[in-house]
Design a protein around this ligand. Structure first.
Ligand code: ADP
Ligand code: ZN
Ligand code: ZN
Length: 737
């Protein structure tokens, strides 16, 4: 057999290996480029696969080695940079390579659909072309005319328009393209024709200028910047100014954000400032829209791609900058299936393509702070709010022994009354939706447990249902205790946002209330409408869950109340305190952004909690320092690296015995280089009728941990699985629940 005559193909099924094929009739393996899709025979039918490698040899016997049926792509669907990233990620997260490769593709392309390049043929000036003096082209006046037209337009032009303006023929374009002075591209009308409001770039303050200078010093080459700027310090302005420079250098830019649907303001700002085609990629789009955006990025037409985590895999042939906004946000980690971290992959991608990456946050993750301290990232600070906004004052409110109404202490009620009377807006934050987290019978002690989970059913009063937030179980609330014949029905205990809303309406009847949580914003467009009304001042009282903590500006808000701080301080997860601190700082950042000073009041029963005190008195950096010290002493991430093997089964013992077996295998394979903890029951042991357990492996060396996973996970996958255990691996888990 000739060298490298075998194709390695990734097929989207839950198997770790790739599959070997001979090229389809009429083609040699070398004619088929990496990243191309092939139709291949598979089982009794055929599948669409992706070429991820070429090989000289295969372990498959000659008579069993099949030829691919057909090549689906004339040019590779994915450039080699994309396949490199996918292969890296599949290996690092130990995920079946075919599933990893196909998960980020638009669904029609996943099924083998043809690449349709949307839009019309257009042309743009290259850097070399822009540097040409038209006097040099006296002998080719038409060519000079084309260059002149593109320069004057300052943006790519559709071919018909360009030829008409320059009074030239297509041959002239071809001649210029051959010289490398212009470049063809597909223009998407909808990308170009968005009407832009006149842009008003702000004059950057000195901190912003310093950060921009550091980041714009070299527009290429791999470097990681951690932009730590307090909320309202003008990080977004810095991103925009940096992005403009990369756009001028001809680069594409990838901006990853936690949740686009929640940040329409950010979107509008970027669209207003960046004079280049922008594509969006997020879950709120239709399949067609997603595909169009993906293809526009792949063809180079879209110069900026803004997306949520899966956008990190999108092909961008001219990628020159990645920005990860709110890098600490949990939503960058996919929590099911292919459990990758888009933030971490953004860094890998930048390294692979040799471009800078900016991680921005008001509350950087402890991991990123640690990386900055170790010199791997360059830290840049924006310590002050931009413009003349002042930082909010933060106070702890001791609620031990106070009588709460709807979760509000008398003092909080009084503070709210005073703010409202002064005509200000107030914001209340309670991270629990529904009316009440549990129903209890006061006669016998019956509680509204979920029949399938170790959890309580939440009362949703307006829909008159009891709902389990873990498995989706729903039922009507009992009108009488199911357990005794008490005359009184079980009563709701504790607070949810729905009940808080009710109490606020009772207390402040003259003021309009807006509630923002997953229940109140289920209908498409309702969140945008509420935010619009809040900005217009229709509502004076805002309340919500963590949805309210993400990137919104509420300049009229002067008082923020956080009602359930303690829940976060004593969470089961060792990251609970970090998350709570981030949330407090983010929520606090919503207050008093303009000329009105803000105040933040935290209700707590633990006013002496050391981490909370550090946060309130000395701010997030001081908190992070103490928290990092605690992690270092405990040997927890970021001072070690973890992977969590989770298992669940209907049979109550199957998951833990499966993990017990896995633990023995790991112990034998690791030879002491990796710590193995467990198996232990999962923090919520029963969920959806299944019993769950987990096994944690940890090492101070990422490499050793990876080496163990490489030999261990395939064994688990191929080993016996009695009792139909469902299992999954989570590398760098963010939640151990
Ligand atoms: P962040 O992204 O850090 O929260 P933004 O970039 O959204 O901060 O800026 C916060 C507010 O301050 C915005 O209203 C913005 O228009 C304003 N702002 C930012 N930079 C400046 C500046 N240099 N001068 C005046 N106002 C600014
Ligand atoms: Zn009862
Ligand atoms: Zn349940």
């Amino acid at each position: 057999m000739s060298p490298r005559s075998i194709l390695r193909v990734a097929i989207p099924i839950p198997r770790y290996q790739s599959f070997d094929y001979l090229p389809p009739p009429g083609l040699t393996a070398e004619e088929i480029l990496l990243g191309s899709r092939l139709l291949v025979p598979f089982g009794k039918g055929s599948r669409c696969g992706l070429v991820i490698g070429h090989a000289a040899k295969t372990p498959i016997k000659a008579q069993q080695l099949k030829a691919a049926i057909r090549l689906l792509d004339e040019e590779p669907l994915l450039p080699s940079a994309s396949t490199d990233l996918i292969l890296w990620a599949a290996e690092y997260y130990r995920h079946p390579v075919g599933e990893a490769a196909f998960s980020a593709l638009p669904s029609r392309l996943r099924r083998g659909g043809a690449i349709r390049v949307p839009g019309v043929q257009g042309w743009r000036l290259t850097e070399a072309g822009a540097a040409i003096d038209s006097l040099q082209l006296r002998k080719a006046p038409k060519q000079a005319q084309i260059l002149q037209t593109l320069k004057a337009a300052d943006e790519p032009l559709p071919q018909p328009q360009l030829l008409a303006r320059a009074e030239a023929t297509p041959q002239v374009l071809r001649a210029l393209a051959e010289k490398g002075w212009i470049q063809g591209l597909r223009l998407r009308k909808d990308l170009y024709d968005t009407p832009r409001e006149p842009r008003r770039p702000l004059e950057l303050n000195s901190d912003q200028r310093r950060a921009l200078r550091a980041m714009a010093q070299a527009l290429s080459g791999f470097r990681v910047f951690l932009l730590h700027g307090v909320t309202g310090s003008g990080k977004t302005e810095v991103y925009l100014s940096l992005a403009e420079r990369h756009i001028r250098a001809g680069h594409q830019i990838l901006i990853l954000v936690p949740e686009i649907a929640l940040t329409p303001q950010l979107m509008r700002r970027i669209q207003r400032r960046i004079e280049a085609p922008i594509a969006l990629l997020h879950s709120g789009l239709s399949e067609g829209e997603r595909e169009a955006a993906w293809l526009a990025a792949r063809s180079g037409t879209a110069r900026v791609l803004i997306g949520t985590r899966s956008a990190v895999f999108t092909p961008l042939p001219n990628l020159g900058l990645i920005i990860v906004d709110e890098e600490h946000d949990l939503s960058f980690k996919q929590q099911e299936g292919f459990r990758y971290s888009a933030r971490d992959l953004a860094i890998v991608r930048s390294r692979q393509c040799g471009c800078p990456v900016v991680l921005g946050s008001a509350t950087p993750s402890l991991e990123s702070l640690r990386n900055a301290a170790a010199g791997r990232y360059r830290m840049l600070h924006l310590p002050q709010r931009a413009g003349d906004a002042r930082p909010p004052r933060v106070d702890l409110l001791d609620i031990r022994g106070s009588h709460l109404r709807g979760g509000l202490s008398p003092l909080m009620l009084e503070l709210l009354r005073a703010e409202l009377a002064a005509g200000n807006q107030v914001l209340l934050f309670l991270n629990r939706r529904g009316y009440a987290p549990v129903l209890i019978c006061h006669a016998c002690g019956w509680v509204s447990n979920c029949p399938h989970c170790d959890a309580r059913m939440t009362l949703h009063k307006s829909e008159s249902t009891l709902r389990c937030h873990h498995c989706g179980q729903q039922q009507a609330p009992p009108t009488q205790c199911p357990n005794c014949d008490s005359a009184e029905p079980p009563r709701p205990i504790g607070q949810g946002t729905e009940r808080l809303e009710e109490v606020l309406r009772e207390h402040y009847p003259g003021h309009s209330v807006a509630r923002i949580d997953r229940d109140s914003t289920r209908r498409k467009g309702s969140l945008e409408r509420s935010l619009e009304e809040i900005r217009a001042g229709t509502h004076r009282i805002l309340l919500g869950t963590q949805m309210l903590a993400k990137g919104h500006h509420f300049p009229e808000v002067t008082l923020v109340g956080i009602l359930d701080v303690d829940q976060g301080l004593y969470g089961a997860d060792y990251r609970a305190a970090e998350r709570m601190a981030q949330l407090i700082v983010q929520v606090a950042g919503r207050a008093g952004r303009a000329h009105r000073p803000g105040r933040v009041v935290l209700q707590t029963r633990h006013p002496d909690h050391p981490l909370l005190l550090t946060l309130v008195r000395h701010g997030y950096p001081a908190f992070a320092e103490v928290a990092l010290q605690e992690r270092a002493e405990a040997g927890l991430p970021p001072f070690s690296h973890q992977a969590l093997l989770r298992a669940e089964a209907l049979n109550p013992n199957a998951a833990s015995s499966f993990l017990g077996h896995a633990a023995r295998q790991a112990t034998a394979l690791a030879g002491g280089a990796v710590e193995i903890w467990g198996p232990v029951p999962a923090p919520m042991e029963r969920r959806g009728g299944r019993t769950r357990a987990q096994l944690l492996v940890q090492s101070t060396s990422r490499e050793r941990l990876q080496r163990l996973l490489a030999s261990w996970i395939p064994r688990i996958a191929e080993g016996p699985n009695e009792g139909r255990v469902r299992w999954s691996l989570d590398v760098d888990p963010q939640e151990v629940l």
